[in-house]
Ligand binder design. Structure first.
Ligand SMILES: *[C@@H]1O[C@H](CO)[C@@H](O)[C@H](O)[C@H]1NC(C)=O
Ligand SMILES: *[C@@H]1O[C@H](CO)[C@@H](O)[C@H](O)[C@H]1NC(C)=O
Ligand SMILES: [Mn+2]
Length: 534
């Protein structure tokens, strides 16, 4: 009898456990499908805790979807700042964001006596919600003792709410926020210079006016500058969608480069940089260039290294100028992979520049090419031939700075800092590739990656007909290399991989032929014309 009772108890308990298991299984398999269900099935008390941070438009960095009825209005408002203003205005100024850091970053311990920073934010007709969400995210996610102040530099905005209303609003914030007004439209470069001279912190952190800082963004930046005050540091720039304001983590596996046209571009972090860090992705990445919108620099070092080139107008090229200068003059530039800051990337600029965007950027790029790039400026000039007609003003002060700081040549930078550069450190020729029989030239036809290279009447104007036969025996045009993957196959343009293989060509000066080594077939009956830039 006792035995029977005992069995009944055992049976009953196992039944309970089976039921619990079934319940758990059902619960979790359903919850994987959608977040809403998960919320509904949670205990009310738990739900209340979560709702405070996870409900509301855009909380936890979620996308905001505008209802159908409002979409016309949304499109109208989009034009004001070239991002979804309606979505931005719906999101709390202090919205919550996910912690997107690598696991190894979350447990790092930083010293107590890190340098503090002034945050400088330049704005021009910025939206209220994006500007103040930037400010609130800085205040809420920075340890108070590391944040000296926030400086908002108004580059002659016209919008009314950016005047008194803004001044009254920031007065009540728990961190000193100062507003500096430029008398007239001066552009990012001069406005940042003005902001920088007014700072009091040990470090200057420049941010764009539509950013959101995530948890733990500041400590690793300050820690790296404390270790080496000549290191200029950038966070990983996460993407805030311009359509939905969804927060998407950026990659720690890309770093900054540039192409022959001197456009800043992201490229994969090369294996040598992974090896140097022994595969530890939480260590800072040495980057050849920076995007320029977001970085921190020791305030005194900013002065020593020559701030910005104040002869540059408005915006554009200043990020490469600073990158080259930092590396060539003894500093270093890094992406601190434990620091994440989001930025609203736009497809078009909402601003008009005096003199036109193209002209301003060409002028700035000429200044940086003339001062820093030595003979390698030819790559820039030959691929954008019209640019040599653009006046770039007087650069003697910047050249004197280069001499005074005993800066290294651009070839040193290419060799030591950016060996995987799109501009080849060593090359046999730079110019057109002409077919002697047909008198036609190899032409990239303005096509993109993965498309075929073409032939066209030689026009002698550079641009699409500029190719370089490099010391690695690749034929490249800007950041693309001629690539043949099968016998008699088409010649396509792919990202240069520096591994020879399908991108290896032998030139025979006697017969004027290019032999594609792997397929053992000739590119074309062609002669490499040594134009004036050869
Ligand atoms: C944002 O601020 C409001 C009002 O001060 C507060 O109730 C809310 O909890 C805050 N949200 C977050 C995510 O901190
Ligand atoms: C930041 O550092 C400066 C210089 O050391 C100091 O005077 C200032 O009080 C510090 N600010 C904060 C907020 O700790
Ligand atoms: Mn921006």
């Amino acid at each position: 009898m006792r035995r029977f009772m005992y069995c009944k108890v055992v049976l009953a308990t196992s039944l309970v456990w089976v039921l619990v298991d079934v319940f758990l299984l059902l619960y979790f398999s359903e919850c994987n499908k959608c977040d809403e269900k998960k919320d509904r099935s949670l205990l009310p008390a738990l739900r209340a805790v979560i709702s405070r941070t996870q409900e509301g438009p855009g909380e936890m960095g979620k996308a905001v979807i505008i209802p159908k009825d409002d979409q016309e209005k949304m499109k109208e408002l989009f034009k004001v700042n070239q991002f979804n203003l309606m979505a931005s205005d719906m999101i709390a100024l202090n919205r919550s964001l996910p912690d997107v850091r690598l696991e190894g970053c979350k447990t790092k311990i930083y010293s107590d006596d890190l340098p503090n920073t002034s945050v400088v934010i330049v704005f021009h007709n910025e939206a209220w919600s994006t500007l103040l969400r930037t400010v609130h995210s800085v205040i809420n996610r920075s340890p108070r003792h590391l944040l000296e102040e926030i400086l908002l530099v108004d580059d002659a905005s016209e919008r009314d709410f950016l005047k008194r209303k803004l001044e009254n609003y920031v007065r009540n914030l728990e961190v000193p926020v100062r507003i500096i007004r430029m008398e007239q439209r001066s552009g990012l470069i001069r406005a940042r210079l003005r902001g920088a001279t007014a700072t009091k912190g040990q470090v200057i952190t420049f941010l764009d006016a539509h950013c959101e800082c995530t948890v733990g963004w500041l400590e690793p930046l300050m820690a790296r500058i404390k270790e080496d005050r000549k290191t200029v540091v950038c966070p990983i720039i996460d993407v805030i969608s311009d359509d939905t304001f969804e927060y998407m983590a950026g990659s720690d596996m890309t770093y900054g480069g540039f192409n022959w046209k001197l456009n800043f571009r992201w490229y994969p972090v090369p294996p040598r940089e992974m090896d140097r860090r022994k595969g530890d992705r939480t260590l800072p990445v040495r980057t050849p260039t920076m995007a320029g919108g977001l970085f921190s620099i020791d305030r005194n070092y900013f002065e020593e290294i020559g701030t910005y080139d104040s002869g540059m107008d408005i915006w554009g090229g200043e990020n490469l100028e600073m990158s080259f200068r930092i590396w060539q003059c003894g500093g270093s530039l890094e992406i601190v992979t434990c620091s994440h800051v989001g930025h609203v990337f736009r497809k078009a600029t909402p601003y008009s520049f005096p003199g036109g965007t193209g002209h301003v950027i060409n002028k700035n790029n000429r200044r940086l090419a003339e001062v820093w790039m030595d003979e390698f400026k030819d790559f820039f000039y030959i691929i954008s031939p019209g640019v040599v007609k653009v006046e770039y003003g007087d650069v003697s002060i910047r050249k004197a700075l280069r001499d005074r700081l005993l800066c290294k040549p651009f070839s040193w930078y290419l060799e030591n800092i950016y060996p995987d550069s799109q501009i080849p450190r060593r090359y046999y020729s730079l110019g057109e590739i002409r077919n002697v029989e047909t008198n036609q030239c190899l032409d990239n036809m303005g096509r993109k990656e993965n498309e075929k290279v073409g032939m066209f009447n030689c026009h002698g104007m550079g641009g699409n007909q500029v190719f370089s036969y490099t010391a690695d025996k690749e034929i490249r045009t800007d950041d693309l290399c001629l690539d043949v993957s099968r016998l008699n196959g088409p010649i396509v343009m792919l990202k240069c991989h520096h591994m020879r293989g399908n991108q290896l060509f032998e030139y025979d000066a006697q017969t004027h032929t290019f032999l594609h080594v792997i397929t053992q077939s000739c590119l074309t009956v062609s002669r490499l014309k040594d134009g004036s830039h050869g």
